[in-house]
Design a protein around this ligand. Structure first.
Ligand code: OAD
Length: 243
């Protein structure tokens, strides 16, 4: 039996499916991943200078401008066949590390965001949600600094609603993710390097609880040993071929 046939069989037999995704699932929508050579975001920018609470305190306009550029990029992008294939798995719970909204736009009804969202900014001081502007006229370009808006309630600086290095994951999202990982009979892990914890623990949680694990990634990853089936290829090609 080929790995593809094995994966198709596991998917056809599974009743409770969790789909765990990382930046690779959105790569074919034109959103750069983090660690891929040359195209990865972290190769082109110093992550530590952008994705930490300290960076935001030190240079809020640099950080806010970078996230607004990423939000614009995502706004212009479209879900790809991988997002659509995931949305077509009946009853699947999607647990994503991505801060984009492409799973939702493809039609996935149950999406858990472990690392927050580009679309939920809030006050850095009091936590008040900040309504995103609906007028796309002032879309930032890559590398442009942009002072963050001020909170309407306390005038604190508005920050992106994402999880930064050194910050805790949203408690309810992490709890739900662990719960569904421990209760599923199949986990698909797609397009993640499996290097960032606690998110990367989830395939291990599923495997320990007896679930089968299928991984889709063009490259070997830290999660290879935990996967029962490793499908090496791009998600937008591999996922639709499983149905
Ligand atoms: P990474 O950039 O670490 O990994 C992306 C993975 O996607 C790599 O393993 C690639 O081989 C794979 N990949 C690339 N193109 C692909 C394709 N077409 N189809 C399938 N896979 C493909 O991104 P993540 O694992 O998501 O956290 O990174 C995890 C976290 O690290 C992110 O959520 C972010 C970052 O720090 C925070 O910002 C808190």
């Amino acid at each position: 039996m080929t790995p593809g046939e094995r994966a198709r069989g596991l998917l056809a037999d599974a009743r409770r499916v969790v789909v765990f995704t990382g930046a690779g699932v959105s790569a074919e929508s034109g959103i750069p991943t983090f660690r891929d050579a040359l195209t990865g975001l972290w190769e082109r920018f110093d992550a530590r200078a952008l994705a930490t609470p300290r960076a935001f305190r030190t240079d809020p306009a640099l950080v806010w401008g970078w996230y607004e550029w990423r939000r614009t990029l995502v706004g212009r992008a479209h879900p790809n066949p991988a997002h659509h294939a995931v949305a077509g798995i009946p009853g699947a719970v999607v647990v994503t590390q991505n801060v984009d909204d492409l799973h939702e736009r493809a039609g996935s009804a149950d999406v858990v965001h472990l690392h927050g969202s580009l679309f939920e900014p809030r006050c850095a001081d009091c936590g008040e949600p900040w309504p995103l502007p609906t007028d796309p006229a002032d879309e930032p370009e890559e590398g442009r600094r942009l002072p963050p808006p001020r909170c309407a309630r306390c005038s604190g600086p508005v920050r992106p609603g994402v999880v930064w290095f050194g910050e805790a994951l949203p408690e309810a999202a992490l709890e739900r993710a662990v719960e569904v990982a421990a209760a599923c009979d199949l986990m698909l892990t797609i397009g993640t390097s499996g290097l960032v914890y606690p998110a990367a623990e989830l395939p291990h949680v599923a495997a320990r609880a007896g679930a089968a694990v299928i991984q889709i990634n063009p490259q070997p990853t830290a999660l290879d040993p935990v996967a029962d089936v490793n499908l090496h290829g791009p998600a937008a090609r591999m996922l639709p071929s499983l149905r």
